[in-house]
Design a protein around this ligand. Structure first.
Ligand SMILES: C[S@@+](CC[C@H](N)C(=O)[O-])C[C@H]1O[C@@H](n2cnc3c(N)ncnc32)[C@H](O)[C@@H]1O
Length: 293
């Protein structure tokens, strides 16, 4: 490109290259990548469309365009993904937060009163998007986030810090509820989890941007995709206060199986919620409150 390249020219060239590589969101991706490289907001990018850009910016922008053409997801390139209106840092160690998981947030907030001393637990926290969103939306709640990946927890801690939630969010490395179940001082009002739920022989059929860029530990749900649910549903009952809820994200075909596991574990008021595409996405159940009198 010539020395007098304007931001708008560069953005168009990026979008054209991405479109030629069959990127279905070429224009949007070009805008996000250029905003990232030039350290401008998308609005500033539009306002400064006629300003000239340096050769260094052109070179950096084209490098990121090549990464995107090679299939790397935008969030993994720019290191940020928006979830429930907040920016979360992401990286190779964590699943990029998905719009589908906002169904879990919606379901959880609908039953989570904003009272003092609420205690929340997130199993398999990844970027921390679930627990940190719930803590941000419920300023009187405190939470514990667990993941078996130390690298994921480093990112979750960074997100807690950036969102001003460090004081209310504890993080610990762990294998689902091991070390939590059985401790009588570890009781929660709500447990949420979006565990890995893809059946192992379906992993190779996932879109390349998921298959090759999200961590396998975030995807692999064992032979039938239900391994994590089998491990965490029954012990979760032990860790809930009376009247507390277990709220689980599921794959679109897993509602019956996961509801059955919850029923066998003694959960009540089990219900299934759908995502915006009307697919089953969340199962929730309640621990019975002890009868008084
Ligand atoms: C599907 S990702 C969900 C991440 C995040 N909660 C979200 O909704 O975007 C599942 C997470 O579970 C974690 N995980 C897998 N096996 C685990 C285990 N045995 N104990 C705790 N966490 C585990 C993975 O490291 C990964 O971060």
């Amino acid at each position: 490109m010539s020395d007098d390249t304007r931001l708008a020219d560069l953005q168009r060239r990026m979008a054209d290259e991405l479109a030629a590589a069959d990127d279905p969101t070429a224009a949007l991706d070009a805008r996000l990548l250029l905003a990232h490289v030039s350290r401008l907001t998308e609005t500033e990018l539009a306002l400064k469309a006629n300003e000239q850009v340096s050769a260094a910016i052109v070179s950096a922008a084209m490098t990121l365009t090549d990464l995107r053409k090679a299939g790397k997801p935008i969030a993994k390139i720019i290191g940020v993904k928006e979830f429930w209106g907040r920016a979360f840092r992401v990286g190779a160690a964590v699943l990029d937060p998905r719009p589908d998981s906002e169904t879990l947030i919606d379901s959880a907030l609908a039953i989570l009163p904003d009272k003092r001393d609420l205690k929340l637990l997130d199993l398999g926290t990844g970027s921390g998007c679930l627990i940190l969103t719930l803590l941000a939306e419920r300023p009187n709640a405190r939470g514990l986030a667990v993941d078996k990946s130390r690298a994921a927890l480093r990112i979750a801690r960074l997100n807690a810090h950036r969102l001003g939630l460090r004081a209310r969010a504890s993080m610990r490395t762990g294998d689902w509820l091991a070390g939590i179940a059985g401790h009588k001082d570890m009781r929660f009002d709500m447990i949420v989890s979006n565990p890995p739920y893809i059946a192992r022989d379906e992993l190779s059929t996932l879109a390349p941007d998921v298959q090759f860029f999200d961590p396998r530990a975030a995807l692999d749900g064992g032979a039938d995709g239900l391994s994590a649910y089998r491990l965490l549903i029954a012990p979760a009952m032990d860790c809930l206060n009376e009247g507390g809820y277990l709220v689980l994200e599921i794959g679109a075909t897993q509602a019956e199986a996961v509801s059955g596991l919850m029923q066998s574990a003694g959960f009540q008021n089990i219900s299934v919620r759908q995502d915006l595409a009307d697919r089953d996405r969340v199962v929730l159940g309640q621990k019975q409150a002890q009868k008084t009198g």
